[in-house]
Ligand binder design. Structure first.
Ligand code: F0G
Length: 351
């Protein structure tokens, strides 16, 4: 297959991959870094604020960076099937890249807790979707057992090649800005992505002296094991993507945050929904978990714990709003329904 447009083509030399890793792509990556000056002004102004809009990846989330690499490696090793536990985005992405490579995909998800667009995506790409009576953490424990006993490749972020792929988002940010930002605000669930970003920023800094950001990791209050320092048996949040109580990369994430002189904080669901609305007012519709990074930044600025003035700040928006349409529809009243005539429409035109 001709890999010419994705992250393997662009960044393979920067990734630590076994030589058997195949070429594979859906033209993932090169997502835009969008300036949001009006949003910066709402937060007091005097700084540069950008959104790294990862929802524009082929399956609608940043997971594509990790899954393209994990699947390319598994494929090259001769695997015929891949498996993951997922809150939904990993599932859709694993399914898409497995389809592209001609492998089978099995995805294990927590029953009733996966947003519509993710479930539909995984099914559309042809994955075998299995629900468990339990949480994401239960699903991941089960998948770990499965790969110990059956010849099927694990593509959760415990898989090191996932992080190799996901760190390319940090490369792109530095390539776009010419240096690392001062702060990077990012949602945290299973904690693979924040770990991968830190790897990427460090690698570029060592090679090119491009600087390092401080990391602001953001969890949902009902699913904040890294903030409270203990596992959460029954995580609960409207941001189902990060509804995780036992993050697999928790230790690495805490180390990264500490090394960056940053922190991990928790925000309530209402703050996540407010941030989602603010982004939508800029024309950027993201799924709730994706807005957690902005929610955390807003909270820190409001509390006076983060002075943004003179800084360059990047907020990572991890997944597209189309992933979770229900959340928006549920929050709106019934739509007006009229006869198709102008008199009936008129009241809606001018107010
Ligand atoms: N944002 C979105 C939209 C996600 O789907 C996830 C994770 C995260 C943030 C957090 O990233 O886990 O690397 O800390 N979703 C995983 C999944 C768990 O199964 O799709 P993380």
């Amino acid at each position: 297959m001709d890999a010419s447009c994705g992250i393997l083509a662009r960044y393979r030399d920067w990734m630590d991959l076994p030589p058997h890793t195949r070429d594979l792509d859906l033209c993932e990556g090169h997502t835009p870094l969008i300036p949001v000056p009006r949003l910066a002004r709402r937060l007091g102004g005097g700084f540069d604020l950008y959104v790294k809009y990862e929802g524009l990846n082929p399956t609608g989330s940043f997971k594509d960076r990790g899954l393209v690499v994990a699947v390319a490696e598994a494929w090259g090793r001769g695997a015929q099937a891949v498996i993951c536990a997922s809150t939904g985005n990993t599932a859709a992405s694993a399914a898409a890249y497995a389809a592209r490579a001609g492998l089978r995909a099995v995805v294990v998800v927590p029953q009733g807790k996966v947003a519509l667009g993710k479930l539909a995506g995984a099914l559309a790409y042809g994955a075998r979707v299995v629900q468990v009576r339990g949480s994401f953490d239960d699903a991941l424990a089960l998948v770990r057992e499965a790969v110990a006993r059956f010849p099927i490749a694990l593509v959760n972020s415990i898989n090191p090649y996932r992080l190799e792929g996901q760190k390319t988002a940090a490369f792109e940010i530095v390539d776009a800005l010419g240096r690392a930002p001062d702060w990077l605000a990012i949602p945290v669930g299973n904690a693979g992505n924040i770990t991968a970003y830190w790897m990427g920023f460090q690698q570029y800094h060592q090679a090119k002296g491009t600087g390092l950001p401080r990391l602001l990791g953001v969890q949902a209050e009902g699913a904040a094991p890294l903030v409270h320092g203990r596992e959460v048996a029954r995580p609960e949040t409207i941001a189902t993507a990060i509804r995780i109580g036992r993050p697999a990369r928790g230790k690495e994430a805490l180390q990264a945050v500490q090394a960056s002189r940053g922190r991990i904080i928790a925000v309530p669901d209402e703050a996540i929904l407010e941030a989602q609305a603010w982004l939508a007012q800029e024309g950027l519709w993201v799924e709730p978990a994706s807005a957690a990074g902005l929610a955390g930044l807003v909270a820190e600025i409001r509390r006076g714990r983060l002075d943004p003035r003179g800084k360059t700040i990047v907020v990572v928006c991890t997944g597209h709003g189309l992933k979770d349409p229900d959340i928006v529809l549920k929050r709106h009243e019934a739509l007006p329904l009229i006869e198709p005539d102008l008199d009936a429409l008129q009241p809606w035109l001018m107010t």
